[in-house]
Design a protein around this ligand. Structure first.
Ligand SMILES: *[C@@H]1O[C@H](CO)[C@@H](O)[C@H](O)[C@H]1NC(C)=O
Ligand SMILES: *[C@@H]1O[C@H](CO)[C@@H](O)[C@H](O)[C@H]1NC(C)=O
Ligand SMILES: *[C@@H]1O[C@H](CO)[C@@H](O)[C@H](O)[C@H]1NC(C)=O
Ligand SMILES: *[C@@H]1O[C@H](CO)[C@@H](O)[C@H](O)[C@H]1NC(C)=O
Ligand SMILES: *[C@@H]1O[C@H](CO)[C@@H](O)[C@H](O)[C@H]1NC(C)=O
Ligand SMILES: *[C@@H]1O[C@H](CO)[C@@H](O)[C@H](O)[C@H]1NC(C)=O
Length: 645
């Protein structure tokens, strides 16, 4: 199946095996966790360009999935201050369709960059073949305030942090990297460090419409993933892929005053499936597998059994490839306070010294246990109440979202039932295939166990759940965006309350004046919706740390609504018996995922505006310091003093 000319030659001639092995660049890196990026790149570039695969991926799959993407027409001229995300999506696809590419890698990287630069973490192309390496530079950077002045620094905890990767990483570096710990960065690749950071934010980071939110993603930061503290390398020191071999810095080392120039190598970290050579790399990482495409939930064991019992939970999240290898926060920087109220899920809660302020670090809205998250919230609030705590500080740093209904749950629990509906007014796109799916689902008698398109997933704006047989796509509601007429569904609410398993108080457990949020604004999807609800409906105090000090920063990252993975929209189509429709996207022949933002959340401030395009500033903005960038407890104590004074 693999069209490797070198290999075919090797097989069809009596060439000794070792020559064949040396000729296959994938053999050189097989079985190794850490490799030089140029060696990995040689393997990734060994697969020739294939027009059949281009047409499968681009014309028959992605271009048809874009029909469902809620924000397509906004991109024709993204409203200020998001102008840098203006892209004519159809023209860009047509361009990639006619560009001459030497390798399959080049084609996929062009598509990956196109989708990444939409800066919508819900709408991305992940070709598994080429996202299998994360490039790691032993010099992650942060923006810190030192003696009242903000600047870019190599992370002060460099030695402890990078050493956690082990000697198979550090042995490859080949320079005395430890001396860079805490060094001030004067320039990167000959440019002002903030200008270089802006460049990475514009070209590499993706995920967030707001430029300065992306800037924080470029820097190293603490996070809570998989019930453990870890530290992101950041998009500067830990990008996906193997595009770059090294970077040249000008730095002033700690205790020095003289700038010096250093060139630091990237070392690529393999996160994909094991392989031994080019053909097995392709088979295990690049070819479509049984999980790539969707299934018909009506037939077989595909999901019928589990889905007849439970409602399917809508998701809103970004994909952070760097969590594939979550590198621990050096343990001495973790909070020293004991956790309260249970810490088995994605939330860790603490009571700050003095017993006035309770902290909930909500690392994600995507726990393993949907119900467990709700119980964790209740037990944390109960523990705070029992300790006489009167103020609540919520840390949303690097919260990439998760279950939409857990964001609405946390909002409702904190604000009480008296506020009524805890979510946003929402719509899906009413493109012709979407309308056929809804009509077909009705004809087939399906419900929310089988499809996100059936109306019983939603409620009318008066709160009454729609019957599954209701067609909310007909009549559609036309909207005009950038001069283009777009058919949209009727407006609806979520039905999250059907999934709340704990009693919700009618009044807020804490005076909402005494609830505050801190984050690095890398708060995506469900997290962005939660913090936007707290801002738009309760005027909650929100503080954002970091960013480029010369620019404003929003408190929210990607603020789309429900996201569908390629597999999800394909399952909707197959379950609705519409896979043969000429508008239906084809099954992918390669292992990959073109996910898309499938629903819009409309702002309370202006119901004609998606919250994604409402630029919302936090009430407080702080720089990180050498103490707070990687020590959450110190950040919370700082915030307690500043926000509750
Ligand atoms: C291109 O890919 C298709 C699908 O995997 C395959 O059938 C075909 O042989 C490939 N073409 C060439 C020229 O290798
Ligand atoms: C790509 O080009 C082919 C012809 O080469 C055409 O059939 C197809 O529609 C084009 N796809 C897109 C998305 O422009
Ligand atoms: C810098 O100087 C201080 C004070 O003399 C010393 O404690 C520290 O170890 C020095 N750091 C480095 C990296 O040389
Ligand atoms: C959908 O219908 C099936 C019976 O066909 C039922 O078992 C299931 O509970 C229903 N799901 C929902 C979410 O109402
Ligand atoms: C806070 O609560 C703990 C546990 O109940 C108690 O031991 C401590 O003395 C309290 N501290 C203050 C300042 O009230
Ligand atoms: C809510 O609105 C729907 C659609 O207009 C209507 O059918 C239903 O009776 C209303 N429910 C209540 C409780 O008013």
């Amino acid at each position: 199946m693999l069209p490797l000319p070198v290999l075919l030659l090797a097989l069809s001639s009596p060439t000794p095996l070792f020559v064949a092995a040396a000729a296959d660049p994938c053999v050189v890196i097989a079985g190794k966790t850490f490799v030089h990026p140029s060696d990995a790149l040689a393997c990734l570039k060994s697969f020739p360009f294939n027009e059949t695969l281009r047409q499968n991926v681009l014309t028959h799959n992605i271009a048809r999935v874009v029909d469902f993407f809620t924000f397509e027409d906004y991109y024709l001229q993204s409203p200020p201050p998001f102008q840098d995300s203006t892209v004519n999506i159809r023209a860009a696809l047509a361009n990639i369709n006619t560009t001459k590419f030497a390798t399959d890698y080049d084609f996929n990287v062009a598509l990956y960059d196109f989708a990444t630069r939409l800066n919508d973490g819900h709408t991305r192309w992940f070709p598994d073949c080429y996202t299998s390496y994360q490039n790691l530079l032993p010099a992650p950077i942060v923006s810190l305030e030192v003696n009242g002045v903000q600047g870019v620094y190599v992370v002060p905890d460099l030695v402890e942090f990078v050493s956690l990767l082990g000697s198979s990483y550090t042995d490859l570096i080949g320079i005395d990297w430890q001396r860079l710990a805490g060094a001030q960065v004067i320039s990167i690749e000959g440019r002002d460090p903030y200008a270089y950071v802006d460049f990475i934010a514009a070209t590499v980071s993706g995920n967030y419409l707001s430029h300065n939110v992306r800037v924080n993603s470029v820097f190293s930061s603490y996070r809570l993933t998989g019930n453990a503290y870890s530290q992101r390398f950041g998009d500067f020191a830990g990008p996906t892929g193997v595009a770059q071999d090294s970077l040249t810095f000008q730095v002033i080392l700690v205790n020095s005053t003289k700038p010096e120039t250093v060139t630091v190598p990237y070392i690529a970290n393999f996160l994909g499936a094991p392989f031994t050579d080019g053909p097995s790399y392709w088979a295990n990482n690049c070819a479509a597998n049984e999980d790539t495409n969707g299934v018909d939930f009506k037939s077989g064991t595909a999901g019928l059994e589990s889905n007849t019992v439970k409602r399917r939970q809508p998701m809103a999240n970004i994909v952070d490839k760097s969590t594939g290898n979550a590198i621990g926060l050096p343990s001495r920087f973790e909070p020293t306070l004991p956790t309260v109220g249970g810490d088995q899920g994605v939330i860790k809660s603490y009571i700050l010294p003095g017993n006035k302020t309770g902290v909930m670090f909500v690392g994600s809205f995507g726990p393993n246990s949907f119900d467990g998250f709700q119980r964790d919230v209740v037990s944390a609030i109960n523990a705070f109440k029992a300790a006489g705590v009167t103020r609540l500080l919520i840390d949303l740093t690097n919260n990439g979202g998760g279950f939409i209904c857990l964001g609405q749950f946390l909002h409702q629990y904190l604000a009480g039932t008296r506020i009524g509906y805890p979510g946003f007014v929402s719509t899906a796109r009413g493109n012709p295939l979407a309308r056929k799916i809804v009509a077909s689902d009705i004809e087939l008698g399906l419900n929310g166990s089988f499809s996100f398109y059936t109306a019983d997933n939603w409620a009318f704006l008066n709160g009454t759940q729609m019957p599954a047989s209701f067609n909310y796509m007909t009549p559609d509601v036309p909207i005009v965006i950038n001069g283009k007429l777009d058919a949209t569904s009727q407006r609806f609410h979520d039905t999250c309350e059907l999934s709340f398993i704990v009693p919700i108080p009618s009044n807020p457990p804490f005076d909402l004046q005494n609830v505050a949020i801190v984050s690095n604004a890398n708060c995506a999807s469900t997290c962005a919706m939660f913090s936007t609800l707290m801002n738009e409906r309760h005027g909650t105090k929100i503080a954002v740390f970091g960013g480029n000090p010369r620019e404003q920063i929003e408190f929210k990252g990607m603020a789309g609504n429900q996201v569908l993975e390629w597999k999800d929209i394909d399952s909707e189509i197959k379950t609705g018996n519409l896979k043969d429709d000429p508008l239906a996207p084809a099954d992918l022949l390669v292992s990959g995922n073109f996910r898309h933002n499938w629903r819009t959340a409309w702002s309370f401030f202006d119901e004609k505006e998606p919250i994604a395009y409402v630029f919302e500033l936090p009430r407080f903005r702080f720089a990180y310091t050498p103490d707070t960038y990687n020590q959450p407890q110190k950040l919370w104590q700082f915030a307690e003093e500043k926000l509750f004074a």
